[in-house]
Design a protein around this ligand. Structure first.
Ligand code: DOR
Length: 437
């Protein structure tokens, strides 16, 4: 049985450093001065120990766009970013709308073995929004799909959304909505506001997101289904979620569950970036305003928005190094998420490390129904862990990231919070910036 000894770690960043002995994939012992034979000893220098991060929103591009990312390279980026589980979005080619594709993604993730890759199944056939995909077949497949999303496209037909929320109840599924009313965003290139107007870019108005979020909260309540809102980007959406979570007849919480995620880029960047005209800043939903950023940080801190998800969206060079209108939307996120959250939420005092564990691991694991992730850092628990040096700063160099794409909007930024090591079921998957295969 393999043994790893982690010397000098601080669970959740609190108290004096302790040692952590990991044996057979489980945390066997936590205490001061553990002296045990181990296959490997990691000297962590007081690093914060947290449950491994769980990303509900990752684009791995395989099958179909292996020039942008593969399950192998994306898994490496995830391990280096502190993740032990990721959910691979369905907008691949072919689309993951059937058992064959989701099983392929699941198996490939297992073969690579750096992070648990859970395929997300499409809600509708071909992401076309017209006909429900075989959700039950994907749920019963070897991949045991529980998250369903047409991400990249909105399930805009309210009747299809209703049916998806009803049907997924049968097997505890969650419908993750990319909230964008397409009639309001046709041709949109950037957040509808002063910056887009000045540059002559067609606008993506905030109500296009908010209208769908409000509608779908009502549908979740009506059907009792589980709804998850992808990449919340506006202050108005946070207000709607706050209203929804606080309402309920006679003090009872509303029927159905609604959860939501926010991306690191929407917690830091604004549409002031449009001035550069650099398509690395093009993303969907678009970068919004300072007021939105402030509202999103607050909403994440107070639990209105449940968790952080990266929307890691690698693209091949030719799809980004072109004029703005032709460029694909999306940004790298897996290896910079921790740094951005440390900068925006920890350094600002909005979250402590226990809070980071909540929004980057515990809540996403619960939303997706992962029993072995997001567990306490305590004896007897699965050793899915990340060790973080909260003081170390590093400079983002896109070319050095593990992703095949290099479309990071954080290029050249100095970020606090460095991953010292990641462990998946007790095995080191990343250590000191190197992937361990
Ligand atoms: O910016 C984005 N890129 N937003 C999405 O919803 C899809 C994603 C992608 O697949 O590139």
């Amino acid at each position: 049985m393999s043994r790893v000894l982690l010397k000098d770690v601080r669970p959740y960043g609190a108290g004096e450093p302790v040692d952590l002995l990991v044996e057979g994939g489980v945390i066997a012992e936590v205490g001061a001065g553990i002296d045990a034979d181990a296959d490997e000893i990691v000297h962590a220098g007081g690093a914060v120990a947290l449950p491994g991060f769980v990303d509900l929103h990752t684009h791995l591009r395989e099958p179909g766009r292996e020039d942008a990312e593969t399950i192998d390279t994306g898994s490496a980026a995830a391990a280096l970013g502190g993740y032990t589980a990721v959910f691979a979005m369905a907008n691949t080619d072919p689309v993951a709308d059937n058992a064959v594709v989701v099983e392929h993604v699941w198996r490939r993730g297992q073969e690579v073995g750096l992070v648990d890759v859970h395929p997300v199944g499409a809600v509708t056939v071909g992401l076309a929004g017209e006909q429900l995909a075989e959700l039950g077949t994907m749920a019963r497949s070897a991949a045991q799909v529980r998250m369903f999303s047409d991400d990249g496209s909105c399930v805009h037909d309210p009747l299809i959304m209703r049916r998806a929320l009803e049907y997924t109840r049968a097997f505890g599924g969650v419908v993750a909505q990319h909230a964008e009313e397409p009639r309001l965003t046709a041709g949109a290139q950037a957040h509808e506001g002063d910056n887009a107007a000045r540059l002559g870019l067609a606008g993506w108005p905030a109500p296009a997101e908010e209208a769908i979020v409000a509608r779908d909260c009502l549908l979740a309540g009506h059907t009792g289904g589980a709804l998850h809102i992808c990449h919340v980007s506006t202050a108005g959406t946070a207000e709607i979620l706050r209203w929804w979570k606080s309402r309920g007849a006679d003090g009872e919480p509303p029927s159905g569950t609604v959860s939501a995620e926010v991306t690191p880029h929407h917690l830091l960047l604004t549409d002031d970036r449009l001035d550069t005209y650099d398509p690395v800043n093009k993303v969907n939903p678009p970068l919004r305003t300072d007021a939105d950023v402030r509202a999103l940080r607050q909403a994440l801190a107070d639990g209105t928005v449940d968790c952080v998800a990266t929307d890691h969206a690698p693209h091949a060079a030719q799809d980004k190094d072109c004029e703005w209108a032709a460029a694909r939307p999306g940004m790298l996120g897996l290896q910079t998420a921790l740094g951005i959250i440390t900068l925006t939420m920890v350094r600002s005092g909005l979250l402590d490390w226990r809070g980071v564990a909540r929004v980057m691991s515990e809540r996403p694991a619960r939303i997706a129904g992962l029993a072995e992730q997001g567990r306490p850092v305590a004896p007897g628990e699965p050793a899915n862990l990340v060790l973080v040096d909260p003081d170390a700063e590093w400079t983002v160099r896109s070319a050095e990231l593990a992703s095949l794409g290099s479309n990071s909007p954080f290029e050249g930024m100095r970020l606090p919070g460095r991953v010292v090591a990641t462990l998946l079921r007790g095995r080191l998957t990343a250590h000191e910036g190197k992937v361990r295969r």
